[in-house]
Design a binder for this molecule. Sequence first.
Ligand SMILES: NC(=O)c1ccc[n+]([C@@H]2O[C@H](COP(=O)([O-])OP(=O)(O)OC[C@H]3O[C@@H](n4cnc5c(N)ncnc54)[C@H](O)[C@@H]3O)[C@@H](O)[C@H]2O)c1
Length: 355
Amino acid sequence: MFKHILITGGAGFIGSHIAMRAREVWKNCEVTAFDNLSRRGSELNVPRLNAADVRFVKGDIRTVSHLDKVGHFDVLIDCAAEPSVHAGASGSPREVIDINLTGSINTFEKAREHGATVLFLSTSRVYPIPALNGVAFEEQETRFALSKRQDMPGVSGQGIAEEFTLTGPRSFYGATKLAAELLLQEYAFNYGLPVLINRCGLVAGPWQMGRVDQGIIAYWLAGYLYDKPLCYTGFDGLGKQIRDVLHVEDLCDLVVLQLQDSERWKGDIYNVGGGLENAVSIRELNRMCSEISGRQPGISEKPDTSPLDVRMYVSDNTRVSARYGWAPSTDVKTTVSSLYTWFDTHKDTLAPIFG
Ligand SMILES: NC(=O)c1ccc[n+]([C@@H]2O[C@H](COP(=O)([O-])OP(=O)(O)OC[C@H]3O[C@@H](n4cnc5c(N)ncnc54)[C@H](O)[C@@H]3O)[C@@H](O)[C@H]2O)c1
């Protein structure tokens, strides 16, 4: 069906999973992973990509001539980013803007030249922080929970839907991703490129090189396995913030379904996440890590809240489920277990990254 799928950020966590899945599904199609390997640990994915018969091209999306090395492609899956919500918060935001916005424009331009279909991995962080923190909530024993009654449009007891407000500050990360979304919709409108945008919540699974500022599930479990200090930070240091967790293989299932009807894409936007059933607080995540690993390290508490943190985020998957008949199939505990098995199997290889 496709001749050549290009995945930028293809050696990253999500990009490498999608690349290998695309290789399995579209056997006669060339699959290229393009990445500058700036994310620590992404270099570990290069031999895996090679073994899976995915072509790897080292390059930077900020440099147009690097993208020229890829050759003709008919599908672009944009997974290259500086994905930290803290990027640019202290010092200059130039780098995050250059990568997430200028770099994305470079790849969109290549897509325009080749008349390619574009799937953009965006983020729930396009929704403004003050508005998200204004969502009505209840405080329960181990978590904050969405109130069933909500007054703002685009939020319900099921979570945040695509109609949620876009007015307000959201971090340089969120702003650059939203700006890229807006421009991409212009590419769809002006040049007729088939375009689809997934606003993902928290995605987790093996081969995620989690850091304190991005990839919290892998980061937290690694704290257990490599004896690193862990801390409940913000919102009074209670660890009650919640996120919905989506296993990366569930996201790959969706991407395959979506690509199968790409002729019908018209700049469509979907919130995509683990949903209410897979929402977990850090406190609850901590208990799972303890049960799975059999360990119980001390957790410190820092009550002060970063202006970039949000109390709750849960994706309302109603639109994407209705369109694609898709729903996440992996529960949070299974996701954490899959990470535990990965750490256990690759402990020495992963020690320089997490140790
Ligand atoms: N993981 C999540 O929970 C999550 C949630 C929402 C959205 N997303 C989005 O999904 C996409 C993939 O995220 P991820 O979790 O796989 O992150 P990741 O950091 O693992 O992957 C991003 C990859 O992009 C590469 N990269 C960065 N700058 C580059 C550049 N200038 N040129 C070429 N390559 C570059 C990195 O080396 C890395 O391998 C991102 O666009 C992110 O915004 C991720």
